[in-house]
Design a protein around this ligand. Sequence first.
Ligand code: PEP
Ligand code: MN
Length: 362
Amino acid sequence: MSTNIDILPINQWFAFFDEPLIIAGPCSAESKEQLLQTAMELAKLKIVKIFRAGIWKPRTRPDGFEGIGKIGLEWLKEVKETTGLYTTVEVATPNHIEECLNYGIDVLWVGARTVGNPFSMQELAEALRGVDIPVMIKNPLNPDLKLWLGAIERINQVGIKKIAAIHRGFYTYNSKPYRNAPLWEIPIELKRILPSLPIITDPSHIAGNRNLLNSVAQKALDLEMQGLMIEVHYNPEKALTDAKQQITPKVFNELLSALIFRKEKGSIEFENDLHRLRSMIDEADDELIHILAKRMDLVTQIGEYKKQNNITILQIKRWNEIICMRLNKAKDLGLHKDFVKKLLEILHEESIQIQNDILNKS
Ligand code: PEP
Ligand code: MN
């Protein structure tokens, strides 16, 4: 999979924006007081740059709270004027986009349910043609990287260059202990395909509860994600949506203080050392591949020999001896037993496969 899109880094979205970009605010706007009180607490933590709030809420059942609607945009305007925080809202239709632009919302985000629908994404993209506003695109509910990438491409194709992806976890059959399985390999692959695309992790929707927020947020930072979006409510117990996963501004501050912000780059001396050690790893891996080729060559020779002499492939006694001897050696060298055992099993499986192919060759 390859793609070629033109993306501006987060520090070019607005003045004083930097990585990691911290976005916080309630799942849903509920009242003016709730928004203002939460936002004023958040603004005191200088690190928060964007205030989030859902105005139109996609709910699973029709009887849930479906969002406060347009009046929430007026409250957000007031939040911005009072606190100086930038604002972001979820948009799912061209009409939502129009309303957000009318009320001066700074950043838009597209929710997981909408990203999964290419028709909706195309409609949103058309509504954004010629508009200069940052757009954040959540991953679709199902673990489908192409769908996520497609949504990003559609938005980019109409000229939006200030784009970020939001990783909010995926629906899987068993996602425990998370609400949505993080499947970190998917955002990592997205980063590999589009190295310039900022990825913001949403620990709230991944965790689904307050206890796991910290570990998910730390993992995101350790994986060099470019930001965090966390749901914060001045009275989480009473929240109309996602009550279990929201935290107070105070707890949010504690969470941020406990996070370790590691540096991506070190001093020149450190970088040189790292480079030297990485070259040594490259050499060691190269040797490893040569040794694997040598081992499989021997396996082939033995396979031919067994065939000529009509001997069975799997010889349990020999296999047990190999496991015992190798594990003892590995232990002496300080390697973990389980790791080496797994490796030996993979080697053994491949060796049997090779000898099986020889046996079945006419
Ligand atoms: C939200 O951010 O409140 C939301 C509805 O998220 P998602 O689209 O990830 O479910
Ligand atoms: Mn939510």
